[in-house]
Structures are given as C-alpha cells and as structure tokens.
Design a protein around this ligand. Sequence first.
Ligand SMILES: Cc1cc2nc3c(=O)[nH]c(=O)nc-3n(C[C@H](O)[C@H](O)[C@H](O)COP(=O)(O)O)c2cc1C
Ligand SMILES: C=C(O[C@@H]1CC(C(=O)O)=C[C@@H](OP(=O)(O)O)[C@H]1O)C(=O)O
Length: 366
Amino acid sequence: MKNNIGTNISMTLFGESHGAAIGITLDGLPAGFPIDLDRLAADMEKRKAKGRISTQRHEADAVQIVSGFFEGKTTGTPLTLLIQNTNTRSSDYTKTHGRLRPGHADYTAFEKYHGFQDYRGGGHFSGRLTAPIVAAGSICRQILEANGVQIGSHIEQLYTIHDDVFSNDLDTLQEQIAQVNQKEFATLDPQCEDEMKSLIEKVAAQGDSLGGIVETAVIGLPTGLGEPAFDSVESILSHLLFSVPAVKGVSFGLGFGFANVKGSMANDDFACQDGKIFTMTNHNAGINGGITNGMPILIHTCVKPTPSIYKEQASVDYLTKENVKLQIQGRHDPCIIHRARIVIDSVVAFGLLDLWMSKNAQGDLV
Ligand SMILES: Cc1cc2nc3c(=O)[nH]c(=O)nc-3n(C[C@H](O)[C@H](O)[C@H](O)COP(=O)(O)O)c2cc1C
Ligand SMILES: C=C(O[C@@H]1CC(C(=O)O)=C[C@@H](OP(=O)(O)O)[C@H]1O)C(=O)O
C-alpha cells in the first residue's frame, strides 16, 4: 500500500508542499454524520504556524470538502478534503537543489524516485502534508466524541524542560484533557509553556532546533477494541504515529520503564465496584493482549528536532556527487512538537475509529 492506511476506514494522502494543493480521501465513514465545520477549522488552527517558535510560512489552511458530504452530513462515500498551497517560496530550494539536507528525506526521496521527486519544500515528505491529516482526524475525532471518547495531548518534555504528567485519577484526567484541548501550545503547567517558548526562541536565534515528547491520553473507549496479534491497539496506533514526519519513538503506559520494575509493580490489579471491572493502576495503558480494557490509553510520542537548521552542515550534492557545505535558507520550524501535537491526536483518532468500526456495524456510531 502506498500513501494509504486503514482497514474499516481508510485514508489516502496526496500532494506536495509546493504543488497546487494537498489533500486526503477518507473512505468508509459512517453515513449521516453531521460534521461540525467550525470544530474542523479550530483543529486546523492548532497546527498553524504562529510567532517566532514556528516557520514563517503562514498558510490559511482552509479546508474544502469536495466529495462525500451533502446537506451537512457524511454520505458514506469517499470524502475528499483539499487544502490549497498559497505561500510557497520555491527559490529557497532551487538555490540549494541537489544539496542533501541531513535528517530530512532528500536523499531517500532521490534514491526512491530516481530524481523525479518534487524536491521543493520536501515535496510529499513535508510536514505540510500533516494539514490534511488533521482535517481527516478532526472528522474521526468528532465521531468518537459523539460516542463519549475524549483525546488530549500535551508537551510533556521539550529538551530539558518537563511539564506535569497526566493524572491517574479519572476525573482529574478528564479535566486535564479539556484544559489542553483549549490550548494552542499545550502544557499542563502554564509556567512551563512560557519556559518552553523562550527556549525555542533562544535556540532558534542560534540557528538550531529542538524536539521532545508528547503525552496523549484517551478516555471513554469501550472494552474489546483491537485484535490479539497483528492489529493490536498498540500496532495500529504505532503504525499511524510513525507515519507522522519526525516521530522517532512511541511507547504505551510505562513503556521502556517496564524494564525498571518487577512484575508486582508492572501488573495492574483488578477491582470491581457496582458491577464494573477496572484496574487500580494503569501501567499497561488500558490495553491487555492488544485489546482495550476500558482504562485510559496513555501514549508517549517522541518528536525529533527539526532537521532543517541554519548552522552550516556537511553534505553531498547528489547532482555532482561532490562533498559540499550546506547553508540552509528558507523558512523552517525551530521546533515541531507544538504543531505536531494535534497531528498526534488526529492519527490516534483515525486509528481508534478504524478499530471501532470493525467492532460495530456501519452506522452504529452515528
Ligand atoms: C508539523 C510538522 C512541521 C514540520 N516542519 C518542518 C520544517 O519546518 N522543516 C523541516 O526540515 N522539517 C520539518 N518537519 C519534519 C520533516 O517533515 C521530517 O523530518 C522529514 O520529512 C523526514 O522524515 P523523518 O524525520 O520522519 O525521517 C515537520 C514535521 C511536522 C510533523
Ligand atoms: C509549510 C509548513 O511547514 C513546512 C514544513 C517543512 C518540512 O520540510 O517538513 C518545511 C517548511 O516548508 P517551506 O520551506 O516550504 O516553508 C515548513 O514551512 C506547514 O507545516 O504547513
């Protein structure tokens, strides 16, 4: 499969950063769901570049629904979302054409597409392609929310700065999710937001970039989503999360921290109250044997520092095969994580809706 993912619903991504438009086709959605277009616009807003902590390429990212939507509701046929590229500056790339950017996909794109790739702005590999993913994710998320599911993410770590973490108490977690979803720069601790923004600006002024870790929580899921082996909840969500450019690590619950504890600590003991079974801790992040157990899903996603930095780097010109020095110009994010957080929410929403659609007959979710 190329540029396409999903089993019960699917999404197909298309476009290049400096082409006419980018977009996505969502197929298999339940028919008759009323899409809230204001909510869609609000989700797009969270990914937009603003201020000195983001790229100076500002795009309206207006989403046009060109099919699969009639009289305010999904039709159930393929739904295509289109976003125009309106602020390209391709001269930034023609000047350095051939010079491979370390950490970006220039070399692998050249090798795979034999020089026919659109190299401007990273082409199809650009973080810009996450705009249609957010549009598609917003629709998936709206369907999940209508069925009692809430998703929220915050920047748990930016380089050396650590935010608070999501609470183990369900009521507090629910409030925290609502809180971070109101925010453009999502931290739990407001002081942390200021510190993180200042650090990004400082490192940007040095021509460098930063990365970090996003913590995501999902509450309100039914038990029984996911399959035992290949389509485990972890497998489906990791596949989607690693499809987001610059994502380099994904873990669930204690994750690699399981290596530091004994079984007696790793296990989540069961309890039952008023006929409802739950676990007293949630180190396994709401997933046992690949299947949801009704507790919150908790994910950590590591986003690397932006590859396009303004410090001189050693590179190779693939056109002349010479060793060269590369001095990148252009407009780049000094940090990706604050813009990536809504992309992470979006792919998680798609993956969970896809899993839910396999459990329920089409239409049950509307
Ligand atoms: C929202 C978002 C914005 C991004 N902005 C930039 C950018 O301004 N400059 C850049 O070089 N990479 C940026 N990236 C990352 C590159 O697209 C990514 O590193 C590249 O495609 C190579 O993929 P890989 O890092 O997964 O190997 C961004 C990624 C995302 C998700
Ligand atoms: C435009 C966006 O981000 C772009 C992501 C990106 C990359 O290489 O990923 C490189 C830059 O592109 P350009 O050089 O064309 O300005 C960023 O501005 C966006 O996210 O909407």
